[in-house]
Write a protein that binds this ligand. Structure first.
Ligand SMILES: Nc1ncnc2c1ncn2[C@@H]1O[C@H](COP(=O)(O)OP(=O)(O)OP(=O)(O)O)[C@@H](O)[C@H]1O
Ligand SMILES: [Mg+2]
Length: 236
């Protein structure tokens, strides 16, 4: 459904994303992992249209996205959350969600998602008053309110404890059973990624070094050298 072909982004002399070709199917949950600076967030910025790619092309259901701006891609169902949270702090929780609800394709599942992500009793609070874990969940519900074809989550479990991460995983499984959107999820918590994803793409220095089922990725020597060793150190 989402097809990237030779997508490249350079910042001056830095090749942040280099010749990335990948396809994500409808209903698939795809993990995107790699060391700090590997290009994961840049790739999400290129897909969502926040940044323009330097080379390559990308399409959604065969429809080219290359010339579309971020809001046009959002209207087609390209939704994302931000590594550095970007809610509208002075708007209420409900208003934050409505911004997306009325920008996108219209969604029947928003009210159920609000309940599933534990925001039902927060709707009239200003978003700026929410606790961190609630803000992360609001970002996801806001993205879901676009009725996405592709939902991209940039480190949704960052800063969460194990219990919160487990609850997030269950809510994302709920999303998966209520929508046929593709989910692209970045996280450094490998237990979370491995249990959630059908397939995993590994980036290192802007390029894809591996793609496959979770059990194959953990056995891939190049992945272990580039990333899993570092992740072990992080865990330690
Ligand atoms: N706007 C920018 N201008 C210049 N360089 C940038 C810009 N955005 C990202 N980069 C560089 O591109 C590379 C990839 O960064 P990116 O943020 O995509 O990595 P990441 O995989 O998301 O890392 P992390 O796990 O730390 O979030 C890094 O070298 C980064 O410094
Ligand atoms: Mg990042």
């Amino acid at each position: 459904m989402l097809d990237l072909n030779g997508i490249t982004k350079t910042f001056g002399g830095i090749h942040a994303v280099e010749d990335v070709t990948m396809s994500v199917a409808s209903g698939e949950v795809r993990g995107l992992i790699g060391p700090n600076g590997a290009g994961k967030t840049t790739l999400v910025n290129l897909i969502s249209g926040l940044l323009a790619h330097s080379a390559g092309n990308l399409s959604l259901d065969g429809e080219p996205l290359d010339r579309l701006r971020a809001h046009q891609r959002a209207a087609l169902g390209v939704a994302r959350t931000f590594q550095n949270l970007r809610v509208f702090p002075s708007l209420s929780v409900a208003q934050n969600i409505d911004v997306a609800r009325y920008s996108g394709r219209g969604s029947a599942m928003v009210d159920a998602a609000i309940a599933e992500f534990g925001l039902s009793d927060k709707l009239n609070q200003s978003a700026g008053s929410l606790a961190y874990g609630q803000l992360r969940r609001l970002e996801i519900v806001r993205a879901l309110a676009l009725n996405p074809r592709v939902l991209m989550l940039d480190e949704p479990a960052a800063g969460m404890n194990e219990q919160e991460t487990d609850a997030l995983g269950r809510s994302l499984s709920w999303v998966r059973s209520h929508s046929d959107c593709a989910i692209l999820v970045i996280d450094h918590d490998l237990k979370f990624i491995m249990s959630l994803c059908d397939r995993i793409t590994v980036l290192n220095m802007g390029t894809v070094i591996a793609e496959g089922a979770p059990k194959d990725i953990t056995k891939n020597q190049e992945v272990i050298d580039a990333y899993l060793g570092e992740a072990d150190e992080r865990a330690a």
